[in-house]
Design a protein around this ligand. Structure first.
Ligand code: UD1
Ligand code: BG6
Length: 373
């Protein structure tokens, strides 16, 4: 049921304040005056000790689910102190990459049925790793075969391009980082700030959804383009990859997510006055590096669209740069910022698709769940 919406993808983008609330329901505890704020993931509580003792955490997934894990990687590394590596399921299988008994392998999959991810799970089970699932589908193959896990509880997702599952996956993995990371005095303030940020997240997403018309206007300007680059770094490297994936999946436009730190090692050669470039430059510890990236792209006459934190337009794009467009989004704790930042890109991909006359909910050649290898 699409309710008042024209397409499932549109409905699923707009219901994210509610799906995120459901994902967090019963799992965030804000105790009384003397009790610390904490996280409770029922499916993991008996396994946390084993996970904390593991030598490495390996995230394994495909497509959007892989990108969600990439967004959560920095906070998991920070709070757990355990090395976190990333595997695209098919690539792990192609390489028969090493997986050890001392590893915790985390399988991220909206459907819980993706063939590559499922085969990688069989492979990790054979190699003796502790296997954890993060899925949206109770009773799915991945939920059943993993030793333990967390359901993201985002509700059924119908649109082939994943939107609300992506943001709920990031939130579950941020909660996973809080659950694994010890409750030490030194990280108490950080943990509390993240938990407060989680409580506030649905409101922030509600606020960023008000950019719908702004993103539709931008889509009108980009309707006939051949290509769109998306630059991001750190927490928002994943946003760049996921934003580009949305644009190529549904709007059928070439788009590439680029790690901003790699700009000089190739991508800069593409910059001219025609190619649109979307730069994610919301405020965090890497902000000054992103400002410098923007300046270098501008110096080469890049056609810039910059996403920045509310109130910071002038520090990313001086008034005299007439061709530069700015999208301001609400700021929140850095590790949760990707949840807000992906929303304008989801809206852009959606409107581009409708304006270009393509099928939003069932893009050409793609399937919601890829159950064959
Ligand atoms: C569970 C109940 C929920 C109830 C809550 C009350 C289910 C599915 N969930 O939620 O309805 O409101 O207790 O405390 O009955 N699992 C895997 N692999 C996965 C995902 C999950 O093995 O990929 C396992 C978990 O380890 C756990 C079980 O499935 O044993 C349920 O997981 P989850 O729904 O996340 O647990 P709760 O949030 O505690
Ligand atoms: C398919 C979908 O390719 O599978 C993508 O079209 C999705 O949207 C990918 O990200 C992985 O699916 P899942 O269910 O394992 O998260």
């Amino acid at each position: 049921n699409k309710g008042n919406f024209e397409h499932y993808m549109q409905k699923e983008i707009h219901e994210q304040p509610e799906s995120l609330t459901t994902t967090m329901r019963g799992r965030l505890l804000r105790g009384g005056s003397c009790k610390a704020k904490t996280v409770l993931l029922g499916g993991l509580k008996d396994h946390l000790k084993t996970i904390r003792r593991s030598r490495r955490i390996v995230f394994i997934g495909c497509g959007t689910s892989y990108n969600a894990a990439l967004a959560a990687r920095p906070i998991l590394e920070e709070l757990s102190g355990i090395p976190v590596t990333m595997e695209i399921a098919s690539d792990l299988l192609d390489r028969q990459g090493p997986i050890y008994r001392e590893d915790t392998a985390v399988f991220v999959s909206q459907s819980g049925e993706t063939a590559d991810t499922l085969s990688a799970l069989d492979y990790a089970l054979e190699n003796g790793a502790l296997c954890v699932g993060i899925t949206n589908t109770v009773g799915s193959a991945i939920a059943r075969k993993t030793h333990c896990g967390v359901h993201i509880n985002a509700g059924a997702e119908i649109g082939v391009a994943s939107t609300k599952a992506y943001t709920s996956q990031i939130v579950v993995m941020a909660m996973l980082a809080l659950a694994i990371g010890g409750d030490t005095i030194s990280n108490q303030a950080r943990r509390e700030a993240i938990i407060d940020g989680l409580f506030d997240l649905p409101n922030k997403v509600r606020e960023v959804l008000k950019l719908d018309q702004v993103m539709k206007d931008l889509a009108k300007q980009l309707i006939a383009e051949q290509s769109l680059l998306v630059f991001g770094r750190r927490y928002n490297y994943a946003t760049a990859l996921e934003g580009a994936l949305k644009v190529k999946e549904v709007a059928l436009m070439h788009s590439e997510g680029i790690l901003a730190g790699e700009m000089k090692h190739g991508p800069l050669a593409l910059v001219d006055e025609n190619l649109p470039i979307f730069v994610i430059a919301t405020h965090d510890a890497c902000f000054s590096k992103q400002q410098s990236v923007i300046q270098q792209l501008h110096a080469r006459k890049g056609r810039l669209i910059v996403m920045c934190s509310k109130g910071e337009a002038a520090s990313v794009c001086p008034e005299e740069w007439e061709s530069c467009r700015v999208i301001e989004v609400p700021q929140l704790e850095d590790c949760l910022q990707p949840v807000v930042n992906i929303v304008p890109l989801q809206l852009l991909a959606y409107h581009l698709t409708v304006l270009r006359g393509f099928n939003v909910d069932q893009p050409r050649n793609l399937a919601k769940s890829v159950t064959t290898q």
